[in-house]
Design a binder for this molecule. Sequence first.
Ligand SMILES: Nc1ncnc2c1ncn2[C@@H]1O[C@H](COP(=O)(O)OP(=O)(O)OP(=O)(O)O)[C@@H](O)[C@H]1O
Ligand SMILES: [Mg+2]
Length: 236
Amino acid sequence: MLEIADVHAYYGDSHVLHGVSLHVAAGEAVALLGRNGAGKTTLIRSVVGFTPPRAGRISFDGRPIEGRTAYAIARLGIGLVPQGRRIFAPLSVSENLMLGARKPTARQGTRQFTRERAYELFPRLRERALQGGGTLSGGEQQMLAVARALMTNPHLLLLDEPSEGLAPLIVREIGRVLIGLKQQGLSILLVEQNVPLALRVADRVYVMNKGQIVYEGSSAALAADEDVKRRFLGVS
Ligand SMILES: Nc1ncnc2c1ncn2[C@@H]1O[C@H](COP(=O)(O)OP(=O)(O)OP(=O)(O)O)[C@@H](O)[C@H]1O
Ligand SMILES: [Mg+2]
């Protein structure tokens, strides 16, 4: 579904991604792990068109997307939960949800997202439907960011560190929701530093370090690989 091949990305003269290759098959949940500054967000930005790659190829559903505008890429069915949530503070919860709303395509099957479904998934958002987005707690903002991305009825959901700064209970709730979405057949690319969350949600895992993929394997294989976890993820 998503195929990233030998991508190089830069900020000005600064070479950040050094030949990254990664893929997500239809219906698969894949995690991308790595420390601060590894290049995870830059890779996401390359996929969605904010930082187009200077070399390499990115295709979605077999169509090349590198060089297309962010708007065009989103319309193909890639939903993004950005790092830091980016909730529109002056707008209500309900208005934040409707901002990105798009009609589901036939391909969505039973996985059709409406505001009602979003409220079923996150009952707290229904209770706060008219509350300003900026007044939500961090956990509620993250739920809103996930729900807002789902309202675009994506075929592939990208999440950039959804657990960042959240209490363990909220992280578990986000994990539960992501596992549910995967079971409904949604393809997921989850960027994380929270290794237990990533291993719980993902079928396969990539580890990035200094702009390169340094490990690729099943979640079970990474769970058992103390050396990789210690060297690249700071897990002891
Ligand atoms: N807008 C920018 N201009 C210049 N350099 C940048 C910019 N954004 C990121 N970088 C640099 O690119 C490198 C990779 O950053 P990136 O944000 O992709 O890392 P990350 O893996 O997402 O880290 P984190 O886990 O902290 O979010 C870092 O060295 C960072 O300083
Ligand atoms: Mg980042």
